[in-house]
Ligand binder design. Structure first.
Ligand code: PLP
Length: 370
């Protein structure tokens, strides 16, 4: 079976991890510092902090917002994503108001978002679906307008879990004035085993997040940081040197792999255009997606997935809508675009592991019909 996801591990990883294991120090140390230095350079942004997972980063981000702006009001959120995007809203005692999904991108529908912002909107949580960037300039205009109308500017959290390497107007995600959270989980473009990256939009939030990712204690405050007062309790959300060593090794392979994802996506864009009963998603010239997976909209999805499965090709919806669970029942609302899309979208393999034969096989299998 051609898999939808695969772990990308550099040949150097075991030696580098071995070095850490043999060093006698496996907590947060020099390897984490090295990884942060490398990632700050890559993202062209010094306001970054590694974390133990994107989930932990999202919890921390929502905690920062809840404690700065209050838990009342609501958070506008996208339902078509991993539960990790939205559960931190609930865990922080905040209310969700769902925003519909843009059928062209599977990202948050910015028209619906603009309609739903009110004076009580505390935050907006969005995801870059499969690594396809949301139109961030349009989002900024919507926020400008909201600020003009209501006098408040909701804080945006961008879930960039699938978007490592993606750019919007040539800038890596995380450079557009919002909080951004990347994932380095097992099958992401850059894996540290488990891990993530929090990107903060200003020094104040960076400093708070730096303290709160480790109990509220300043690890850099000298030989015995426990002696100091703690002004605000925090969490244990920091990365350790074992995970950082994996990440450092994998920085060697990330660009080659990303290029393959993009090449393969471009191949499908050409080969699958104009296929009956199938629609491709948007490609805007100002965005360079990371293509964690390649999403199509198809008629008769069950037959499509069965057809690909019987030809040895894995497919998945990847994420199930979050608004139809018992736990989110109180926030249920009518989302007409998602109601349609939810029966159509399906993702196919696009990653670095595909051979030219795999690519031809996948596109021919799809073009044969289902
Ligand atoms: C969109 C999205 N957000 C968040 C997460 C959570 O990432 P992590 O496993 O690093 O906590 C994932 C995990 O796959 C994801 O796909």
């Amino acid at each position: 079976m051609i898999p939808l996801f695969k772990v990308a591990m550099s040949e150097k990883a075991s030696a580098l991890v071995g070095e850490v294991l043999d060093s006698g120090y496996i907590g947060q140390g020099t390897k984490v510092d090295e990884l942060e230095h490398a990632l700050a350079k890559r993202l062209d942004n010094p306001r970054i902090l590694t974390v133990s997972s994107a989930t932990a980063g999202l919890h921390l981000a929502l905690h920062l917002i809840a404690t700065e702006h209050g838990r009342d009001g609501e958070v506008l959120a996208t339902p078509l994503t991993c539960t990790a995007t939205n559960w931190p809203i609930l865990a922080n005692g905040m209310k969700i108001r769902w925003v519909d999904t843009d059928p062209e991108t599977l990202n948050i529908d910015l028209d619906d978002l603009a309609r739903k912002i009110t004076p009580t909107t505390r935050a907006i949580v969005l995801v870059h679906w499969g690594g396809y960037p949301v139109d961030l300039d349009r989002l900024t205009h919507i926020l400008d307008e909201a600020e003009r109308l209501h006098g408040n500017r909701p804080q945006v959290i961008e879930d960039c879990a699938d978007a490592f390497g993606a750019t919007y107007k040539n800038a890596p995600l995380g450079n557009h004035g919002n909080i951004a959270v990347y994932s380095f989980q097992a099958v992401k473009h850059l894996t540290t085993g488990d891990g993530g990256l929090l990107v903060l939009p200003n020094d104040h939030l960076l400093e708070r997040a730096r303290l709160l990712r480790w109990y509220g204690i300043d690890r850099n405050s000298g030989p015995n940081p426990y002696q100091n007062d703690i002004t605000e309790y925090g969490f244990k959300a920091n990365m350790n040197d074992i995970n950082a060593a994996i990440g450092l090794a994998n920085l060697d392979i990330i660009d080659t792999n990303l290029a393959k994802h993009r090449e393969n996506a471009a191949y499908y864009d050409t080969e699958l255009a104009n296929t009956p009963d199938l629609e491709l998603t948007e490609r805007a010239p100002d965005r360079n997606p990371s293509f964690m997976y390649y999403t199509l909209k198809v008629k008769n999805r069950t037959a499509f997935t069965q057809h690909l499965k019987s030809n040895g090709i894995a497919t998945s919806e990847v994420h199930k809508r979050n608004d139809h669970y018992t736990t989110t029942h109180p926030y249920s609302t009518h989302l007409p675009s998602l109601d349609t899309l939810t029966h159509q979208h399906i993702s196919i393999p696009v990653g670095w592991w595909l051979t030219p034969t795999d690519l031809t096989h996948i596109s021919r299998t799809i073009k044969k019909g289902w």
